[in-house]
Write a protein that binds this ligand. Sequence first.
Ligand SMILES: Cc1cc2nc3c(=O)[nH]c(=O)nc-3n(C[C@H](O)[C@H](O)[C@H](O)COP(=O)(O)OP(=O)(O)OC[C@H]3O[C@@H](n4cnc5c(N)ncnc54)[C@H](O)[C@@H]3O)c2cc1C
Length: 449
Amino acid sequence: MSMPDLEDVLPRFAIIGAGPSGLCVARTFVRHGIPYDQFEADAALGGIWYHGAYATAHIISSRKISQFPEYPMPAGYPDFPSQQQVLDYLNAYAEHFALRDRITFNKKITLVQPLPGGSWNLLFESGEYRRYKGVVVCNGHHWDRRWPSYSGQFNGEIIHSKDYKSPEQLRGRRVLVIGGGNSACDIVSEAARVAADAHLSLRHGYWFMPKTALGKPIVELIGPYPLWLQRIVHRVVLAICVGDYRRYGLPLPNHRLFDRHPSVSTEALHYLKHGRIHPHPDVARYDGAEVEFVDGTRVGADLIVCATGYHVSYPFLAPGLAEVRGSVVRNYWGMISPQYRHLYLVGWGQPRSGFGNLLEPLAETLAQSIKTQDRMQFPLGAVLRRLRMPLPESHLADPFQLERGYRKARRLLPLLPRIERWLCSESDNAAPLPVLSPPVRSAEPMRVY
Ligand SMILES: Cc1cc2nc3c(=O)[nH]c(=O)nc-3n(C[C@H](O)[C@H](O)[C@H](O)COP(=O)(O)OP(=O)(O)OC[C@H]3O[C@@H](n4cnc5c(N)ncnc54)[C@H](O)[C@@H]3O)c2cc1C
């Protein structure tokens, strides 16, 4: 299929993905009157909650902080709704705000490429090209499996937690789960119920937290306090509810609380105490039907589940469009490209919160950024760079700090067109605003990485 003419730019945004992030962005665009088309690779909306999370998953963030404040979850939902309840809720959200008809399903984008004049070329799996004014990428960060690597050969089955769907995969088998995050806790607890044996291998100590304390979801115990105070509150709660991890056979955490994502699971701690989960250190090597750990102990296993996380990746972005360092996307306010006009990457961060209450202010800031960008000559990110705004250093974030950051950003946005004019008219314009010359249009799409 030939590429469209340069004049054929659709004066709209393309939103890639119809998970929670894409839906919230779409809803916010509707409210702001920003025209868009939305594309979803799957046959239905909901993202992880449609295709990814196992059937027995319940959110670890609570209903209160995971719902979109503008459209609360049904009052009858429990504190920790199930995968199906979250999916039903997202469908109801899309219905309520009439978002569904504007989503094209089974439409995967395979290339996003900047073109001269500042517009964007999108290539679909079907081979079709379209040109858009801008692109909002909401492709999620729980799909590009990160695998551990050990020497030796394992004769049983090895899967990633992404491919764990139901307890039937564990039933009656000797299961080893590698990893200490939330998925690992869920799966090894399920194995404790239905498997012949449930083993857990940890590379280092984690902060394991119960899901509730004082009858409330533990995630709701934090408030808009400084991090040190949040740490003290949680350390006290943990001392009372959990105590010393070594009494569960677990290593002590090797990092400060909240320096990494804590693992929220009452069940894992429960089954460790009941001897249904056997903790082990890191795997040293595979040896046929057995696994040897770094302390020299060995266990036999039929199934290994690698709950070892995901890479943040954008396989459809042409080279150079996004700088991803580990799990961190180096974009202003977590979404605005430092170089390109109207390229936004949403939803890669992992704040200690639920998706809803943070996506709303993020999407609002995005909509206001788009309107501001339309009044500016240079890419918004380039101006923010000249103002020496900091780029994110971590994918983990304090939700209250994030909200404050979005509020600050929205206060700054109306000033940016004037700041840009002022920067341009500076007499000693020694360091002019960087202008990116997009790659020259070629007959063939650029290499996808
Ligand atoms: C087991 C599990 C438990 C979790 N528990 C919680 C929790 O308790 N609380 C919480 O807030 N979060 C939780 N999460 C995190 C979860 O990622 C978020 O809740 C939320 O789904 C993120 O939304 P998203 O739209 O950014 O990404 P996703 O939900 O991953 O949606 C991305 C969408 O983009 C589509 N897409 C990707 N690439 C393309 C393409 N090239 N073209 C077209 N479409 C594309 C995908 O098909 C998908 O539908 C959990 C995740 C997992 C795996």
